[in-house]
Design a protein. Structure first.
Length: 709
């Protein structure tokens, strides 16, 4: 475990200035920051010791945040493309020239049909202001296509909301009181470090920790037990646990009667899943399932930390619904340290004013089409072949990308790269660096980092709101996302007063019921969340009960993967290995890949493969392999390791494509097929074959840097 408190051990000096901030990244921890500024330059980034979830510590990645802001390869002036799409060849231009041309190009397209313009953004920053505030206002007024932001969590989020009425759960700090913690689909040491500190506290107090994950993660190494089930079989395991709870009458009948709606239907489904059936589907021992059910039923308090890894398969939504019902069957919610947390983001949603932030009234009654960000490859190349068919609408003529890197992170990336390579596609990218997506842009506009702008944050892993204040002036010619969209709005003649709102004003609009002065003073405030949220029911559903039967969804069940030997035997005969693509420990999606100190720790793109799968293929540790399926192939280095279970390979991501051996990454292999609930991608539902690359050397990739002229 690595908890690093600062980015520098520089002693404080007279004249140093301390600025309160918040980590902007797509992580449930949402840490409170204390930024030390000396002479206009950040010299130290530390965690706030007074903020309970952060307790003064930062992860390895964010402790180096100043290195990111002052990175020598950071884009610091607007760039205009001068070479072919994807070449990364640009020349510097002035802001006025860039914005004038962008505005004119968008105006021309919008005159034909504004739906031909698509915003593409996600969680490059989780901030409400630099995310979807001024940008949403701009695109709503323009009448552009809407974006279905599904790429990470929508399967689990919609499933949890269907069950609980919102994305709601335990207080993070209460895990310290648990006596049993199931860490389900989460490598917490890498992706939820501050939860892990509370789990460790519980462990020191006698709690048992169990990791449920196809991969033997760094977190699994530190748990008492690791259950390595097959990818996409979590729902079957949950049903078998329910079977045992019901068969042995280990239920809290009072809690179920008062606070669960539809138990009889759930009971009928669960009784079809004895442990023997689930063991065969999951690829684990029957005794493991029986013991897990016994431990969960007999230990108080018992908590589940569910994370989004397990919902990136065809049946991910139904699996989340099932797992979310487990603490309702045992009454685990009654005690501090009992219950479940997947996401807590609906706690902040209760006090956030999205209408003020995003101004949907600017649509003025229009209903633009919605495009799924997870199928952007097909949307750019084959719009008529997608799920909307002929109703897709106009061909996409312009994409404005901010807070995302779709060429690297979206599934089936050969199609995504080909779509962004269209010469007739006008592309604008707001970025810090020349990413794979920025290389395909007509204009790259330099964006500010978190140290240089205002923002306001909630969290999906704890129950606090945070304010980020700018610590330094923008580096170079960088501008906040908000300012870029203000300037474009002015050039397009948008005169509504909301386009003149300052970033600080938008921060104040975002959470009108909270004490903004306290946010300014302390950097964070606790949200008005009950101490034991569901001890007496009170779920956010219409009837106040946890729901089994949901209109349009029915009773939750195990939904098999799209690609597995059981569901697609002919495909499995050609591609017999299941591949999951969890993040490399020192990256966050494709963020931080270009930070030298972090990339040097990761070394190079890796595929973990079990010795039993490597030996018959003649694959040695460290050798170059070709991973392939019908969608494409990807070369990387093999790590022969028991971190992979037999029959499953782990393609660690998400490396920038241009840092790969052949200019690709693991998403060359993933598909655009969607989940059962939430229209989300199925990154971990992917069959492949692996072979040794006999023509390759073991040399690290040599990458030509993107250039400006």
């Amino acid at each position: 475990m690595s908890l690093i408190a600062t980015s520098s051990d520089t002693a404080a000096e007279a004249g140093d200035r301390l600025v309160r901030g918040a980590c902007p990244h797509d992580c449930p921890d949402t840490c409170a920051l204390q930024v030390t500024v000396r002479g206009g330059r950040v010299i130290r980034v530390a965690g706030d010791p007074a903020h309970p979830p952060t307790h003064g510590a930062l992860c390895t990645k964010v402790s180096r945040y100043a290195e990111r802001s002052y990175h020598p390869e950071r884009v610091l002036t607007p760039l205009k493309r001068v070479g072919p799409k994807g070449s990364g060849q640009f020349q510097p231009v002035g802001w006025d020239e860039a914005l004038d041309d962008i505005a004119q190009r968008l105006r021309t397209i919008a005159a034909r049909d504004p739906q031909a313009i698509l915003p593409y953004s996600y969680a490059g920053t989780m901030g409400m202001v630099q995310g979807e505030s001024m940008a949403a206002r701009f695109f709503h007024k323009l009448g552009a296509s809407l974006l279905d932001r599904t790429i990470c969590a929508s399967a689990g989020s919609e499933a949890l909301a269907a069950t609980y009425g919102g994305k709601l759960g335990m207080h993070l700090e209460d895990y310290a009181h648990a006596k049993l913690i199931l860490i389900w689909g989460s490598n917490s040491i890498a992706s939820n470090l501050h939860f892990w500190t509370f789990a460790q506290q519980a462990k020191r107090n006698g709690a048992k920790l169990i990791a449920i994950d196809p991969r033997r993660t760094e977190t699994a190494d530190k748990c008492h037990q690791h259950i390595a089930l097959r990818p996409g079989t979590d729902g079957a395991l949950a049903l078998a646990l329910m079977h045992e709870l019901i068969a042995h009458d280990r239920l809290d009948h009072d809690y179920i009667a008062r606070h669960v709606d539809g138990f009889d239907a759930l009971k009928a489904e669960a009784l079809q899943w004895p442990p023997e059936r689930a063991a065969e589907v999951c690829g684990i021992d029957v005794a493991v399932i029986r013991q897990l059910a016994h431990d969960y039923a007999s230990t108080r308090p018992a908590a589940i930390r569910l994370n989004y890894g397990m919902q990136r398969v065809h049946g991910g939504g139904n699996a989340v619904r099932l797992i979310a019902l487990l603490p309702c069957l045992t009454g685990a919610w009654r005690q501090r340290g009992g219950g479940l947390l997947l996401s807590s983001s609906s706690w902040i949603a209760r006090v956030r004013d999205d209408r003020a932030l995003q101004r949907p009234d600017l649509l003025a009654g229009r209903t633009p089409r919605t495009i799924n960000m997870s199928t952007i490859g097909d949307a750019l190349l084959h719009p008529g072949d997608g799920p909307q068919g002929g109703a897709f609408g106009p061909k996409i003529e312009a994409v404005v990308v901010y807070n995302s890197n779709p060429v690297a992170v979206a599934p089936e990336s050969a199609k995504v790269a080909a779509g962004f390579a269209r010469e007739d596609l006008f592309t604008v990218v707001l970025e810090h660096f020349l990413t794979d997506t920025a290389d395909h842009a007509d204009y790259v506009l330099p964006a500010t980092t978190q140290l240089e702008h205002w923002d306001i944050h909630g969290s999906y892993g704890h129950s606090y709101a945070l304010l980020n204040q700018p610590a330094i002036a923008p580096v170079g010619e960088a501008r906040p996302n908000t300012e870029v969209f203000r300037q474009l709005a002015a050039r397009l003649g948008f005169t509504e007063p909301c386009f003149a709102d300052s970033d600080e004003a938008i921060c104040r609009q975002a959470l009108p019921s909270l004490d903004f002065e306290a946010l300014l003073r302390d950097g964070w405030v606790r949200l008005p969340v009950p101490e034991l949220p569901f001890a007496d029911g009170g779920f956010a559903t219409p009837g106040g009960k946890a729901r089994v039967v949901v209109p349009g969804l029915g009773v939750p069940r195990h939904v098999p993967p799209h690609e597995s030997p059981a569901s697609a035997p002919d495909l499995a005969a050609r591609y017999p290995l299941a591949m999951i693509s969890p993040p490399a420990r020192h990256f966050l999606n494709s963020t931080f890949v270009n930070v030298t100190s972090l990339r040097s720790i990761e070394g190079r793109p890796l595929l973990e493969i079990h010795p039993d799968d490597a030996a018959p293929r003649g694959i040695a540790d460290g050798s170059v392999v070709r991973v392939f399926n019908a969608r494409g192939s990807y070369r990387c280095h093999a790590a022969v390791s028991t971190r992979a279970r037999s029959g499953v390979v782990n393609g660690l991501g998400i490396w920038w494509r241009k840092l790969g051996l052949d200019g690709t990454n693991v998403n060359q292999l993933t598909s655009q097929r969607l989940t059962d609930i939430g229209r989300a991608p199925t990154f971990y539902d992917c069959l492949v074959e692996v072979e040794a690359d006999r023509t390759a050397t073991d040399a690290a990739p040599v990458v030509a840097p993107a250039t400006t002229t």
